[in-house]
Design a protein around this ligand. Structure first.
Ligand code: NAI
Length: 300
């Protein structure tokens, strides 16, 4: 079996470096027409350089692929999607990958550090997705990949701005999965770990060698392929490892909603936190099911 992307058009944001470049090269080599978007600024989001996207387009074309460069910021998502429509006539795949870092512990965080990270990661992904989604709905086909981070899933010291936006991207992905289900539009989230200029400041050289961006891209390409039927998923990936992460909910403790207090919560704390009979909820509906199972509600 050989999966290919003939006839598909992919937008990859932040594709001038690191992971995005690797995703763009792989999709280009598998037959997709690729919009290589990159603003070309610094790792902290300063400045711009259009030649960064041009370089990756040249690499794709040299390898026999089809690509166009786009130097807009992801905050101008409509322009990036318009570039796909102008050059290739459609958009099938959006990989929201562009990112910057402005690490500061919360008590030292400036509004600027917060706003910049929010603008690029969350608002940028929203803008590109918002622009692409109607086209995907209309054609009855689309694939999104959002890029979160272990920092988003678990929290990380010095990354309040980044982790908040990163986990929000998974929220966006899950809702696109719900809203796109009947229209053939799917969305999944990856939490990659890879050697890149963003990680260069926090990893030693040996780890950087092990964590090549190229070993993250096969998962991304699979999630973008028409043969992938999963949507709303969250996957950790890096250094030759791919794993799925999901929510787990304890059976929980039930109280009489007619009246209970702080002492009742304290008494039941072990039960609340007991994962013996845990379930893996997948939708808001499961919350209502759990509430309806409250034995106190069944009293008459
Ligand atoms: P990178 O710095 O090598 O690449 C990010 C690219 O995004 C750069 O080329 C940059 O110019 C571009 N970019 C930044 N702001 C932009 C904007 N406003 N509009 C368009 N392009 C913009 O970083 P890396 O490591 O490849 O990161 C890619 C994504 O993966 C990011 O979202 C990052 O947060 C995420 N990630 C990376 C991890 C890693 O281990 N490298 C870990 C977890 C998440």
């Amino acid at each position: 079996m050989s999966l290919d992307f003939g006839g598909r058009v992919a937008v990859v944001t932040g594709a001038g470096n690191g992971l995005g470049r690797s995703h763009a090269l792989l999709l280009g080599s598998l037959g997709a027409s690729v919009v290589v978007n990159d603003l070309g600024g610094s790792g902290a989001g300063e400045g711009s350089d259009a030649s960064v996207a041009d370089g990756v387009v040249a690499e794709i074309k040299d390898a026999g692929g089809n690509a166009v460069a786009n130097p807009d910021s992801v905050t101008d998502g409509e322009k990036i999607v318009q570039c796909a429509l102008d050059h290739f006539g459609r958009v099938d795949i959006v990989i929201n990958n562009a990112g910057i870092l402005r690490d500061k512990s919360l008590h030292k965080m400036s509004d600027d550090d917060w706003d910049m990270v929010y603008e690029v990661h969350l608002r940028g992904a929203y803008k590109v997705s918002r622009a692409a989604f109607p086209h995907m709905r209309e054609q009855g086909y689309g694939r999104f990949v959002m890029t979160t981070s272990a920092a988003g899933i678990y929290g990380n010291f010095g990354q309040a701005n980044y982790s908040a936006c990163k986990l929000a991207l998974h929220g966006l992905s899950q809702t696109i999965a719900v809203e796109g289900r009947s229209k053939g539009v799917q969305s999944n989230t990856i939490a990659p770990i890879a050697a890149s200029r963003l990680m260069g400041t926090v990893m030693d050289e040996e780890a950087m060698n092990l964590l090549k961006p190229e070993v993250v891209s096969p998962l991304v390409a699979f999630l973008c392929h028409e043969s992938c039927e999963d949507s709303g998923g969250l996957f950790e990936v890096g250094a030759g490892w791919i794993s799925r992460v999901r929510w787990e909910r304890s059976e929980g403790a039930y109280f009489d909603p007619a009246g209970f207090g702080i002492d009742d919560v304290a008494e039941s704390w072990r039960t609340v936190n007991d994962f013996t009979n845990a379930t893996h909820p997948k939708s808001t509906g499961s919350t209502f099911q759990a509430i309806q199972a409250n034995p106190y509600l069944k009293k008459d």
